[in-house]
Design a protein around this ligand. Structure first.
Ligand code: SF4
Length: 223
């Protein structure tokens, strides 16, 4: 056998996978887009660039695992609540649940999961008026499925909802003005690592700094 790598074909496959996963008709705004970088959320809607290769593959793994695990459990749970849309993954034995896949070790305790995951589950609890949900996590290496029952206090749920509502106001204000949310302002640092908009954000951020330096050194006209 002779093996020859074909990177061009890889790029084409990745582009096709990314195109397949791009959903242009999501209701606005959703819990998930308010949780993560607002600049990216805005771009994904109005100045879309496909995810990086790594981002596409990670997304594809998550989506495809969901397709395998969820068809029998998937219900249309969610909708709109106080101006924010949500879609909950599944219902099982009277519990509503969210399914995630991750490269985290199965040894990691859920209290160490990302703030985004915590915010998402708290947001869904608010929308559904519950204080308990199921959080199922598919660990890829080593392969393992962990299922957690998570309970939160009403105060934790309400505090998170107040935060989500404030994000909604900021985000919708940018959208109404047709202005991209200021880069590196509404995100966690890790989100920039594999982001397709990084070059755009760096350029815009440099332009903002130049403008501020120029304004600071310019003496206003008198009289
Ligand atoms: S590079 Fe960072 S700030 Fe810019 S869109 Fe991506 S995550 Fe947001």
């Amino acid at each position: 056998m002779k093996w020859e790598e074909n990177p061009q074909l890889s790029d084409k496959l990745v582009a096709l996978i990314a195109e397949d996963m791009h959903d242009e008709d999501r209701p606005l705004p959703s819990v998930t887009e308010l949780i993560y970088c607002l600049t990216k959320a805005y771009n994904d809607r109005f100045q879309y660039l496909p995810p990086t290769t790594k981002g596409t593959i990670m997304m594809a793994v998550g989506v495809k695992l969901g397709d395998v695990f969820l068809p029998k459990l998937r219900r249309e749970i969610g909708g709109e609540y106080e101006g924010i849309h949500s879609h909950i993954d599944f219902a099982l034995d009277g519990h509503m649940g969210e399914l995630k896949s991750t490269r985290y070790s199965p040894k990691k305790h859920p209290s160490e999961y990302s703030a985004g995951w915590h915010r998402q589950i708290l947001g869904y609890m608010k929308v559904q008026s519950v204080t308990t949900m199921v959080f199922a996590v598919i660990h890829i290496i080593p392969a393992e499925l962990k299922t957690w029952e998570v309970t939160a206090t009403q105060e934790e749920i309400d505090t998170n909802w107040t935060w989500l509502q404030a994000r909604k106001v900021q985000y919708m204000d940018f959208i109404q003005k047709q202005v991209r949310p200021t880069p590196f302002t509404f995100n966690e640092a890790w989100e920039c690592r594999d982001c397709p908009y990084k070059l755009m954000c760096d350029a815009e951020s440099a332009a903002i700094s130049d403008r501020e330096r120029f304004d600071a050194t310019t003496t206003p006209d008198s009289g």
